[in-house]
Design a binder for this molecule. Structure first.
Ligand code: ARG
Length: 462
């Protein structure tokens, strides 16, 4: 047994079990909300002053106390204790140590339910903005890599089988598109968090007429929540945030997987910067793509965080339930994982090298222009299905003879269709294939340059 809890012990005869106290305390993780909590406390104190709950001298005392607590937090000097259960009560306890009993007035018209909902929203809003900015940086890097790689060619794959020749820039811009959507998702997650629950009280509202719009404005929220019960139990914004992080990691892991494959000895088409690889303690030749493997692995962790929240919230009755204390663990972890991964991914993408010569050789050694050859016949009037069949026969012959498509001469082609003429040989050149593509979003040089220009303008705006 421990001594009576000061914040809520009034109605109890016996103190809380020590083991339960330690089990139930959230300060071990919610201390990360400390600065947001002080920020909120300051806004709430102003609201209480405006509502006439605090006198100006009391308000001043509280503000000063909170300022000095914020300094302790910033310097890492604030001492959190499990006896105070969570970050909110730790800060209140400290405020009392500093300014005495008047500290007890700060919690007027507020519950920890609207308090924690407000802090968590502040956290999610801040994290969304920081991650969106990093994602934007990543997009800039990919666009600038695309710009440098416009005239580098590589095989594009489907089913990881060589499909058609593309410009490497197209590959970089494909990932840019994924991160463009990620950025939008983090903007949305930030907007979801952008409403103030403060003043909702435990679940029914507050008795003091605290001006909710006023405190919301002080905290930079653009609106207030519209139903006090929903306000204290809504964690949609946290789920949306964790969803955005999950998708981000799906993208990072796809990128990672491709580079793991490309940098393998068997592929050899990309080489990774030494800084982001590790060696083996037994095999001296090894250069392992650990960072990429971590991105890939952490995709599972990010998805797990989302599932954690979804399952924790499902079936909860209105309004607050202690289950919800668990929301912070996945939320913080997802934020930290995204914030940790992005600068590394950005840096790695800046310096990953593509082996242009080998990629070109691969293009010449394969059958990647088979579609171009079929399309040649189509232009001569052959229905595509028939052209496809004819070129299938050409590829089969190449395979049997052990030669690439580009090695065929006009006479070889003519044996498959009389419609093949001089121009067909140009269709076999893999480096001419990309620019034959037309329309928005293709790998043709002109289209890629247009995309790069558009993206550069977009990315320089913010
Ligand atoms: N530490 C709690 C949490 O994070 C704060 C809210 C506590 N509210 C309550 N009614 N016990 O959820």
């Amino acid at each position: 047994m421990v001594s009576m809890n000061k914040a809520w012990g009034g109605r109890f005869k016996a103190g809380q079990s020590r083991r339960f106290l330690e089990y139930g305390a959230s300060v071990g993780f919610d201390h990360k909300l400390a600065s947001f909590d002080v920020f909120q406390n300051k806004a709430h104190a102003k609201g209480l002053l405006k509502a006439g709950v605090l006198t100006p001298p009391e308000f001043k005392k509280i503000q000063k106390g909170l300022d000095s607590i914020q300094k302790e937090i910033a310097l890492g000097k604030f001492r959190f204790t499990v006896e105070d259960e969570d970050v909110h009560m730790n800060i209140e306890r400290r405020l009392k140590e500093k300014i005495g009993a008047v500290a007890g007035k700060l919690h007027t018209g507020r519950s920890r339910n609207d308090q924690v909902a407000t802090d968590v929203r502040l956290y999610a809003r801040d994290a969304s903005a920081r991650i969106a900015e990093l994602v934007r940086g990543m997009r800039r890097t990919l666009v600038s890599r695309a710009e440098k790689q416009v005239d580098c060619f590589m095989p594009g794959y489907t089913h990881l089988q060589q499909a058609q020749p593309i410009r490497a820039a197209h590959w970089f811009l494909a990932y840019q598109e994924m991160f463009r959507r990620d950025e939008a998702r983090f903007d949305l997650a930030g907007k979801s968090a952008d409403a103030s629950p403060l003043g909702s009280g435990a679940l029914a509202g507050n008795n003091f007429g605290v001006d909710r719009n006023f405190t919301a404005k002080l905290m930079g929220f653009s609106s207030v929540t519209q139903n006090s019960m929903d306000a204290v139990s809504d964690r949609d914004f946290a789920m949306e945030f964790c969803f955005a992080v999950s998708v981000l990691f799906v993208h990072l892991s796809r990128l990672a997987e491709e580079l793991v494959i490309y940098s393998s000895s068997e592929f050899g088409s990309a080489s990774l910067p030494d800084e982001y690889c590790t060696g083996s303690s037994i095999m001296p030749q090894k250069k392992n793509p650990d960072l990429l493997e971590l991105f890939r692995g952490k995709a599972g962790r990010a998805a797990g965080n989302l599932v954690n929240l979804l399952v924790m919230l499902k079936g909860l009755p209105l309004a607050y339930n202690k289950d919800m204390q668990e929301d912070k663990i996945p939320l913080f972890d997802s934020a930290e994982q995204a914030l940790g991964a992005l600068p590394l991914a950005d840096d790695l993408m800046r310096s990953v090298k593509f082996n242009g010569r080998l990629l070109e050789k691969r293009l010449r050694d394969g059958y990647l222009t088979a579609v171009d050859l079929a399309d040649y016949l189509v232009l001569k009037g052959t229905p595509f299905r028939e052209a496809h069949h004819v070129v299938g026969g050409v590829v089969r012959e190449c395979e049997e003879r052990g030669v690439p498509l580009a090695a065929l001469g006009l006479r070889d082609l003519k044996r498959h269709s009389a419609l093949f003429g001089r121009g067909a040989l140009a269709c076999l050149d893999p480096l001419l294939s990309p620019d034959r593509k037309r329309g928005v979003g293709s790998t043709a040089r002109g289209e890629i340059l247009r995309q790069i220009k558009r993206l550069k303008a977009e990315l320089s705006r913010k």
